[in-house]
Design a protein around this ligand. Structure first.
Ligand SMILES: Nc1nc2c(ncn2[C@@H]2O[C@H](COP(=O)(O)OP(=O)(O)OP(=O)(O)O)[C@@H](O)[C@H]2O)c(=O)[nH]1
Ligand SMILES: [Zn+2]
Length: 204
C-alpha cells in the first residue's frame, strides 16, 4: 500500500473551521480525507475518530444506521475540545462498496440481518482494512489517540499498526426505530459495545 498526501485546505463546518487533508491510495485509487482541528501536539493523546464512509448515513440522512449521527457528534466533540482529528476512510459498506450495500439493504428489507445479507452476497461481514491509517496519522502528526468508537476491533487494528490508543470513548448516538434491530445485531454479531442502549426484545 502506498498512501500519497495530495493537498490541504480549510473546511468550515457548523461546528467550526477544520483543516482538510487529502490522500490518495495508489493501489486502490481510493481518495481518503483527514480532518484536523486546532494545533495537534504529538506529545498528548488526541481526541479523534476513524470513520468509514457511509454515503446513505453521512450525506443522505439515512436512519437505517448510526453513521451520520456519529460523524456529526464526533465533529462537535472535537470542536468543543478545541483539538482533534477525523479520518474519513472511503470504505463504503464495510468495504463492499455502495452498490453492494444497496444489494445488502435489499436483502435486509426481506428479513436478513446486516451480517447475513453480506454473507448471502458472498462477502465477509466486515471487509475493511485499516493500513492506510498509519501514514495518514503520521502526516497529521498524531501517534496517541483517545478514540471515539463502539468497535473494539477498530481499536485492536490501530494498536496492531503501532498507534497508541489510550482510551476508547463510546459514541452511542442516533438510535431510532429504523435502526434498533441493526444496532442490536452489531452488538451481538460484530462485537460492538452498545452498553448505553437498551434494546427491546421484539424483532429477535
Ligand atoms: N455492508 C453493510 N455495510 C453497512 C451497513 N450499515 C452500515 N454499513 C457500513 O458500515 C460502515 C460503518 O461501520 P459500523 O459497523 O457502523 O461502525 P464501525 O465503524 O465498525 O464502529 P464505530 O466506530 O462504532 O462506528 C460504513 O462503511 C457503512 O457504510 C449494512 O447494513 N451493510
Ligand atoms: Zn451508515
Amino acid at each position: 500500500m502506498s498512501i500519497k498526501y495530495v493537498a490541504s485546505s480549510k473546511l468550515p463546518t457548523p461546528w467550526g473551521v477544520f483543516d482538510m487533508h487529502g490522500f490518495e491510495d495508489n493501489e486502490t485509487h481510493k481518495e481518503h480525507v483527514a480532518l484536523t482541528f486546532g494545533e495537534l501536539d504529538d506529545n498528548t493523546p488526541i481526541l479523534g475518530r476513524v470513520h468509514s464512509e457511509c454515503l446513505t448515513g453521512d450525506a443522505l440522512f439515512s436512519l437505517r444506521c448510526d453513521c451520520g449521527f456519529q460523524l456529526q457528534t464526533a465533529m462537535q466533540h472535537i470542536a468543543e475540545a478545541g483539538q482533534g482529528f477525523i479520518l474519513y476512510l472511503r470504505q463504503e459498506g464495510r468495504g463492499i462498496g455502495l452498490l453492494n450495500k444497496i444489494r445488502a439493504y435489499e436483502l435486509q428489507d426481506k428479513g436478513a440481518n446486516t451480517v447475513e445479507a453480506n454473507e448471502q452476497l458472498g462477502f465477509e461481514a466486515d471487509q475493511r482494512q485499516y493500513n492506510m491509517i498509519l501514514p495518514m496519522m503520521q502526516k497529521i502528526n498524531v501517534n496517541s489517540v483517545r478514540l471515539m468508537t463502539n468497535n473494539p476491533r477498530k481499536v485492536k487494528a490501530m494498536k496492531s499498526l503501532g498507534i497508541e490508543v489510550v482510551e476508547r470513548i463510546p459514541l452511542q448516538v442516533g438510535k431510532n426505530r429504523y435502526n434498533e434491530h441493526y444496532l442490536k445485531t452489531k452488538s451481538t454479531e460484530l462485537g460492538h459495545i452498545m452498553s448505553e442502549y437498551h434494546f427491546s426484545d421484539k424483532d429477535e
